[in-house]
Design a protein around this ligand. Structure first.
Ligand SMILES: Nc1ncnc2c1ncn2[C@@H]1O[C@H](COP(=O)(O)OP(=O)(O)OP(=O)(O)O)[C@@H](O)[C@H]1O
Ligand SMILES: [Mg+2]
Length: 614
């Protein structure tokens, strides 16, 4: 795990102060810094608990005293003591209630902070990070593990601090009523005998339950990652009739998780210290009666003593539960910190250059790149584009076309070489300048759940209705949107599931038009649409490309043909560049790409296509 220095932390693509508020140098420091953020609440909780538990300790002593007073039939004193007993019980009950409320507030705020910190951190991570992790796993950490860390405050801290205070108070109470023998406080003998085996068991338990907690959380993550992936790909599962198979895989994972939880439950049961508590109370009773017999104790105090011993060992019961939760909380913290500190950020320039009016001149200088540090996906690519030019990128699948464009938007950083916009290395450009001036219509279009309108206005949330409609019209999307019952207020499902590929693409074009970028990238995946839609998209593209430096990755002959520059890619390298006419004469690779299209098109669509172009 790579831990970030303070300086590095604030240099990502996205920055929020919460990202450096907490100490991430280790899991424990991280939790502590979160807990200390709510120290006011936690200290008030501890203060109230001390008072409430002190009352709880005085209680049995008074009750014992009442027994003794009943024996001598001093009824006024009995009434007085009974009244005090009642008052103490009520007040301590109220204090406990307030303390419980306070600790609950603290723990919920802590969980909220963690979620905020986590999400901000996710937004600041580079694409490399998001390529590597599974969304379901990241989500499990954001929900399940943050909940576990929440448990560290409530009930862990609350139980543990109350246990410690309770134990101290009970011991103090024993000191108060104990008879002495040669200076030895006799009542403390029983706790002293019983304590070591309890600590021994607790330690063993803590050790055995820790690893299994980590495993449980990992299994939970696996399960949710699996579920997420299969639900998103449900059409594939159904299309291939793999429900039974997927069902059995899920069952397997689910069984593993439940077995682990049961194992942890067994461990807890095995070390459950009820027996010890029972034995110690029994011993206390016999011992107290014995002391009374030899004349140095009385019955009322025997009663107080037995209750104090119960008070002393009752926290031990809660300890076991608190220990499980502590382990889970620590495991959760470890998993969250591991993600928070994963060192995959695209670093922000030290002195970012802000360009007000971009011209749109672009140059790639000997650029190489690899996703995994091994296989070069882009190799020694150089080319230059003047402002306003239209560039077409062609080449076989997997030749690196999309990757080349991801480098231009700096979703990934080049390994070597330089990419310049208006003569400035993009690594020195301010992120806002860069991303706001480059619009990308991606190959796999992603829409968010929400209305059509919200999706179009995603990059420009303050856009007026007319602006949205104008953008939609230019993108040739207005027509089909108007045909929906609710028009622009139609809800598109998660990832735009309810729209067709061609519809999604035009919404994405409208979304991009609204931010009106100077440089435009159009990664076209829908080349096989009906001729009416093709027409419309073609018209939209032509309109969209005007007055911008643009890159089009496409199989559409008409678009390729009218480009100022055509770049032919093959296995990450540029094998040819030039205009259509030049390349037809000089490049076999272009011929190949082109011949493949024209082969098909000559037979089927070439005549219409040519007609349309003219
Ligand atoms: N996120 C990623 N992580 C690792 N490797 C990747 C990633 N994206 C793409 N690749 C690899 O990089 C190479 C180039 O991919 P790229 O998407 O740039 O190709 P392309 O030319 O756009 O192909 P297509 O025409 O099919 O869209 C491929 O070999 C692909 O396997
Ligand atoms: Mg691609």
């Amino acid at each position: 795990m790579v831990l970030l220095s303070k300086k590095e932390k604030i240099t990502g693509e996205f920055y929020d102060p919460i990202m450096i508020r907490f100490d991430k140098r280790s899991n424990v420091r991280w939790i502590l810094s979160h807990i200390l953020a709510h120290k006011g609440l936690i200290f008030s909780f501890i203060g109230l608990s001390i008072v409430a538990l002190a009352m709880n300790t005085i209680n049995p002593i008074i009750a014992g005293e009442i027994f003794n007073v009943i024996e001598v039939k001093d009824w006024t004193r009995v009434k007085f003591l009974a009244f005090i007993l009642l008052a103490l019980t009520i007040v301590s009950g109220i204090l406990r209630f307030i303390a419980g409320l306070i600790i609950e507030i603290a723990s919920q705020r802590l969980e909220r902070d963690i979620r905020d910190e986590y999400y901000a951190s996710m937004l600041s991570k580079s694409m490399t990070f998001h390529d590597e992790v599974k969304a379901g796993d990241v989500m499990a950490r954001a929900t399940f593990d943050t909940r576990m860390v929440n448990f560290l405050i409530n009930p862990c801290i609350s139980l543990l601090s109350q246990a410690v205070i309770g134990i101290l108070m009970a011991i103090a109470g024993m000191f108060y009523i104990t008879p002495y023998w040669h200076g030895i406080p006799l009542l403390l003998l029983i706790p002293i005998v019983i304590a070591p085996p309890i600590f021994f068991l607790a330690k063993k338990y803590f050790k055995s339950v820790g690893p299994i907690s980590m495993e449980i959380q990992q299994s939970y993550s696996d399960l949710s990652a699996y579920l997420q992936e299969k639900l998103l790909g449900i059409t594939v599962v159904k299309a291939f009739a793999r429900e039974n198979y997927e069902r059995s895989i899920f069952k397997e994972k689910n069984d593993i998780l439940s077995d682990q939880i049961i194992t942890r439950g067994q461990l807890r049961a095995k070390y459950y210290p009820a027996l010890i508590v029972g034995i110690s109370v029994g011993l206390a009773l016999i011992y107290g009666v014995f002391l009374t017999q030899i004349g140095i104790f009385d019955l009322g105090r025997v009663y107080s003593y037995v209750r104090l011993v119960a008070n002393l060992f009752f926290p031990v019961w809660t300890f076991s539960w608190a220990l499980v939760l502590t382990q889970m909380g620590l495991a959760g913290a470890k998993r969250i910190v591991a993600i928070l500190t994963k060192d995959t950020i695209i670093s922000k320039p030290k002195k970012p250059i802000v360009l007000k009016a971009l011209k749109g001149e672009i140059e790639f200088r000997d650029v190489s790149f690899s996703y995994d540090g091994k296989i070069k996906v882009i190799e020694n690519v150089s080319f230059k584009v003047s402002p306003g030019q239209r560039v077409a990128i062609v080449g076989p699948a997997g030749s690196g076309k999309t990757t080349l464009m991801k480098l231009l938007t700096r979703l990934y950083d080049v390994d070597s070489g330089q990419i310049l916009i208006d003569g400035v290395d993009i690594r020195n450009l301010d992120f806002e300048t860069l991303r706001k001036n480059i619009g990308m219509i991606e190959q796999d279009i992603i829409l968010f759940s929400g209305t059509v309108k919200q999706n179009i206005a995603y990059g420009q949330p303050n856009a007026k209705n007319e602006e949205i409609i104008r953008a939609a019209k230019m993108a040739q999307a207005h027509e089909f949107i108007s045909q929906f019952d609710k028009g622009y207020n139609t809800i598109v499902g998660e990832r735009g599931m309810t729209l067709s590929g061609g519809q999604k693409q035009r919404i994405a074009i409208a979304r991009m038009l609204l931010i009106d970028p100077k440089i435009l990238i159009f990664d076209d995946a829908t080349s096989s649409v009906d001729s009416h839609t093709e027409d419309q998209i073609q018209r939209a593209i032509n309109r969209v490309l005007k007055n911008r430096t643009s890159f089009v990755i496409t199989h559409r002959l008409s678009t390729i043909r009218h480009s100022d520059l055509i770049i032919v890619m093959k296995k990450g390298r540029i094998v040819a560049k030039g205009t259509h006419e030049e390349l037809l004469k000089t490049s076999i690779d272009y011929w190949r790409v082109f011949a493949r299209y024209s082969d098909i098109r000559e037979k089927f669509v070439q005549p219409t296509m040519v007609a349309r172009e003219e």
